[in-house]
Every structure is written in structure tokens, then in C-alpha cells.
Design a protein around this ligand. Structure first.
Ligand code: F6R
Length: 248
């Protein structure tokens, strides 16, 4: 894993947005779709802000962009302010010219009976488009990527998972109490993520320093699913000084 450390996470986010913008434009010139895997949470907010800026300045169109979000709580209604559907529209999709049909976010409303097939189809759709050209990731304190919590298998595909207690505690403030945080989520699998051609992971702040160290310097283990990224040949971790503070 290649890593880059920045004093200022806002500046780092702008650089990441520019890499994504360049990729989108490159694909436009080739007359091809650009397939992006996207994350929610606090880490990527400034990246989306800069992508929206570029669009508003007339420098970037999303007409060829197809997106797949990593995850969604389950069960969850899209209108709910805590949904990742809501987050993505609020921070990105409502402000750019993406075709709504090109937006894919796991549905927190799918019925139990349909769920297995739904998840298989999510991965199949990515595959049929030629895979993810780019995947943006955050990292949870459990070492999760997407919501692949400790114990997730390296060959796992998109599926329903049980959220770790630590993850639910970290989400408690968004939900006004841990008891309101859903117990489950749908997440892209480790293997879905690992097939992306390019991966950028963002980690900001002290709270991430221990898991960042494990991810970069630790043994590859399902106990910290982010360590699987060590086996990918095109991953960059973008860190601020606090997140990097435990690295040797
Ligand atoms: C979000 C996701 C999660 C977050 C992680 C970090 O779609 O898949 O893995 O990236 O929990 O969250 P923040 O950025 O809020 O610290």
C-alpha cells in the first residue's frame, strides 16, 4: 500500500477529487463510461464538495459516470435522513449532471426473500460494466472497508452483514442513540472492492491512527479486513498527520 501524508485534509481531498475528475474526462475522451465506487461517511465529504465545485465551474460533466455505492443500512428507507441514499444525494448527486439511472446504491428496502439475489445482481452489474474503474474508501475503527466487518472473507461478495458494536457506537450520534442504529447493512464484498482497478482510501484524525497502522504495517488478516488491501497493486492511502501518527 502506497501512502501519502498531508497536513491539511481539505487540500488532500481536493487532490483526490482532481484524480477522479481526470479519470472521468479520460473516459469521456475515449467515449466510455466511467464506473466509480463511492463511499459515504465523514471522510469523503470534501472530495464530493470539490467534484461539485468543478461541475459548477463548468469543468466537469458526469454524463458518462456510473456509480456504485459501497453500502446501505438495512432496513432503511431512502427518504430517511440517516440513509446513505440521502447522504449521496445531499453531498453529490443533487448537484451534478449524473443520469439518475446510472446511480446504484444498495437498497435498504429490499425484502428478505429477494435479498440474496439482489446482492448477486449488484456484483453482476458491476462485472458486466467491466468492473469498477475507481473505488473511494474510508476506514472504520474495526478495520472495516465498506461494511466488511472483522471476519469478512477475502472472497466475499455483496451481501447482508451484522454491524460490529464499535461501528454502531461510532454511528450513535448520527442516530441520536445506539439503540436507533440499524443492526445490519448491505455491503459490497471484499472481493468486489478488491477487483477495482484503482483504490484510494481516506483516513483523517487521531481516531483512525491505530487502525491505519494495522492496515499498512500489520499482517493480512480477516480480523482487520482493510489489511486485504495490501494484496492490491494500485491502492493509495491518503492520510492526515493525525491518522498517520502511529506509523513507524
Ligand atoms: C461508508 C463506508 C464505511 C466508512 C467508514 C469510515 O460508505 O463504507 O466503511 O467509510 O466507516 O467512516 P467515516 O468516514 O465517517 O469515519
Amino acid at each position: 500500500i502506497h501512502n501519502e501524508i498531508f497536513e491539511d485534509s481539505n487540500y488532500a481531498s481536493v487532490l483526490v477529487a482532481h484524480e477522479i475528475a481526470e479519470l472521468i474526462k479520460e473516459k469521456q475522451q475515449e467515449g466510455k463510461p466511467c464506473v466509480l465506487g463511492l463511499a459515504t461517511g465523514s471522510s469523503p465529504i470534501k472530495v464530493y464538495e470539490e467534484l461539485v465545485n468543478l461541475h459548477k465551474k463548468g469543468e466537469l460533466s458526469f454524463h458518462n459516470v456510473i456509480t456504485f455505492n459501497l453500502d446501505e443500512y438495512y432496513p432503511m428507507e431512502p427518504e430517511n435522513r440517516q440513509s446513505y441514499y440521502y447522504f449521496m444525494h445531499q453531498h453529490l448527486f443533487d448537484h451534478v449532471d449524473i443520469n439518475p439511472e446510472n446511480i446504484n446504491i444498495p437498497s435498504g428496502e429490499i425484502s428478505q426473500e429477494e435479498l440474496d439475489q439482489y446482492c448477486i445482481d449488484y456484483d453482476l452489474k458491476i462485472k458486466q460494466l467491466g468492473g469498477l474503474d475507481f473505488q473511494l474508501l474510508g476506514i472504520g475503527r474495526t478495520g472495516h472497508i465498506g461494511f466488511n466487518e472483522p471476519g469478512s472473507h477475502k472472497n466475499s461478495g455483496t451481501r447482508i452483514i451484522t454491524l460490529d458494536h464499535v461501528t454502531r457506537r461510532d454511528a450513535a450520534s448520527d442516530f441520536n442513540g445506539i439503540e436507533y442504529v440499524p443492526k445490519k447493512a448491505i455491503t459490497m464484498g471484499v472481493s468486489t472492492i478488491m477487483k477495482a482497478k484503482r483504490i484510494i482510501m481516506l483516513a483523517w484524525g487521531h481516531k483512525k491512527s491505530a487502525v491505519v497502522k494495522e492496515t499498512i504495517e500489520g499482517q493480512v488478516t480477516a480480523t482487520i479486513p482493510a489489511t486485504f488491501l495490501q494484496n492490491h497493486d494500485n491502492v493509495t492511502m491518503i492520510l492526515d498527520a493525525e491518522a498517520a501518527s502511529d506509523l513507524t
